[in-house]
Design a protein around this ligand. Sequence first.
Ligand SMILES: Cc1cc2nc3c(=O)[nH]c(=O)nc-3n(C[C@H](O)[C@H](O)[C@H](O)COP(=O)(O)OP(=O)(O)OC[C@H]3O[C@@H](n4cnc5c(N)ncnc54)[C@H](O)[C@@H]3O)c2cc1C
Length: 89
Amino acid sequence: MLVARARAVCPALADAPVVERWAGVRPRASTRAPLMGVWPGKPGQFVFNGGFKIGFAMAPVLAEVMADLVLDGVDRIPAEFRLLTGPKL
Ligand SMILES: Cc1cc2nc3c(=O)[nH]c(=O)nc-3n(C[C@H](O)[C@H](O)[C@H](O)COP(=O)(O)OP(=O)(O)OC[C@H]3O[C@@H](n4cnc5c(N)ncnc54)[C@H](O)[C@@H]3O)c2cc1C
């Protein structure tokens, strides 16, 4: 749909191949807080997403928190960022 619209607006693109797709959607979880932790039912797999509008600032410290969990099994995840137990809207 988007590609068709772009081609309609700009006929020069009619035969141009799509070289890349990117949604460009901010990663927001059910709240505005990041979402992180062990993926339930998927041993050895983890979730770390939902940075939304604070992801840039929080990335360094949350990466350390996540590394502690993944590498050493040390859980320092803030309660409000915890998978499945964070506050609901
Ligand atoms: C459209 C959009 C808008 C956003 N707007 C904002 C905003 O306004 N403000 C804000 O604070 N946050 C915003 N965010 C969120 C923010 O971008 C993220 O929270 C933040 O970039 C997370 O940083 P990160 O270093 O954890 O991960 P990333 O920035 O995703 O970096 C991970 C890096 O690891 C690389 N990588 C992945 N796998 C491998 C591998 N196996 N080997 C080597 N390299 C690998 C990737 O290529 C990437 O460079 C936005 C995100 C999106 C998508």
